[in-house]
Design a protein around this ligand. Structure first.
Ligand code: COA
Length: 320
């Protein structure tokens, strides 16, 4: 290992579209109620892109926020990775589009798609690049324009999702940083949560399809397992964990995971009431929100976890 072998988060950023859709607004679109949505999911509102806004706008704004927070010069960035399943282009990648908008050239830029687990996969990849000396300053942006693939006639899914972006700058450092990032997948679950590519199917099939209660059961089990796994492999007693930053899919899933690792809800970052499920961006958006409002402080230990389409899953233990 080289001397600068740890990946450390030096700045975060996020972006949420201005337009807000409340549960009351949804009552006018589908047969639902504020009471049902609040009780079953914990969601009160979500941010939605306007017709003339695209994913790339959110990616850029979140990236600039993170770069400013990191107080680095754009020329220092030597790798860009974007996580998304809802880029407006099939190609080029959202990362190449971002690179151009940032005015950077000649560094690698690529996208990954790991569903809602996108940010944890990104942390894993950035960690490898930094640990083996291939990169010193990595820009990660996770963003989703889920409103563009939402079936607004399906009350089982349209009440859950929102749009947004979260970003982080990681640099090589002599101290941690990322302590561990574990990721996994099981593609045999592909039919429980999917949206097909509009190139191959009718528009209706290119929208989100989800078997909610089946996804719920696997998510609760897997998230509990992987959260515990990260604590165990780092020998971290729960008293030493400052914050859990979970994927914001459902308040009941978040509560079940906290219970599984014996963490009181006061040490869990919850943004689902304001954001809904923003897929890959949910964890970095929650992270940035809690850093900016002063809950998460330098020197604290954070556990991030996510679960999503694939199925994919992952958890990261990080000293901030
Ligand atoms: N408003 C009112 N009623 C609704 C509704 C809505 N928006 N959506 C579904 N219902 C109804 C169903 O039709 C069903 O009625 P029925 O009993 O008459 O058939 C009833 O509510 C219960 O539906 P069910 O799907 O069993 O509810 P649930 O308790 O599982 O909650 C979800 C539904 C979607 C909130 C929940 O399953 C969930 O959060 N799943 C996982 C989501 C997730 O994590 N997704 C992404 C992974 S990253």
């Amino acid at each position: 290992m080289n001397n600068l072998s740890y990946a450390r988060i030096v700045g975060t950023g996020s972006f949420s579209p201005k337009k807000i859709l409340t549960n009351k607004d949804l009552e006018k679109i589908v047969d639902t109620s504020d009471e049902w949505i609040t009780e079953r999911s914990g969601i009160k509102q979500r941010h939605i892109l306007s017709e003339n806004e695209v994913l790339g706008d959110m990616v850029y704004d979140a990236a600039v926020n993170a770069i400013d927070a990191a107080a680095i010069d754009r020329s220092q960035i030597d790798l860009i990775i974007v996580a998304s399943a809802t880029n407006e282009y099939s190609f080029p990648s959202a990362a190449c589009i971002l690179q151009n908008r940032l005015g950077i050239k000649n560094i690698p830029a690529f996208d990954i798609n790991a569903g809602c687990t996108g940010f944890i996969y990104q942390l894993n990849i950035a960690n490898q690049y930094i640990q083996n000396g291939s990169a010193k300053c990595v820009l990660l942006v996770a963003a989703e324009a889920l409103s563009k693939v939402t079936d607004w006639t399906d009350r089982g899914t349209c009440v859950l999702f929102g749009d947004g972006a979260g970003a982080a700058v990681l640099v090589a450092d002599t101290k941690p940083g990322i302590r561990s990032v574990t990721i996994g997948a099981d593609g045999s679950y592909k039919d429980l949560l999917y949206a097909k590519d509009a190139m191959y199917v009718e528009k209706k099939d290119a929208l989100v399809h989800m078997a909610g209660s089946e996804v719920f059961k696997v998510a609760v089990k897997k998230l509990g397992e992987i959260a515990n796994h990260s604590l165990e492999i780092n020998n971290l007693p729960i008293e030493k964990l400052d914050w859990l930053i979970p994927h914001q899919a459902n308040m009941r899933i978040i509560q079940a995971t906290a219970k599984r690792i014996n963490l009181p809800m006061e040490r869990v970052i919850v943004t689902i009431q304001d954001q809904g499920n923003t897929s890959a961006s949910s964890v970095p958006l929650a992270l940035d929100t809690a850093i900016r409002d002063g809950r998460i402080k330098r020197g604290q230990t954070l556990l991030m976890e996510a679960f999503g389409a694939g199925f994919t899953w992952g958890s990261a233990l990080v000293d901030y």
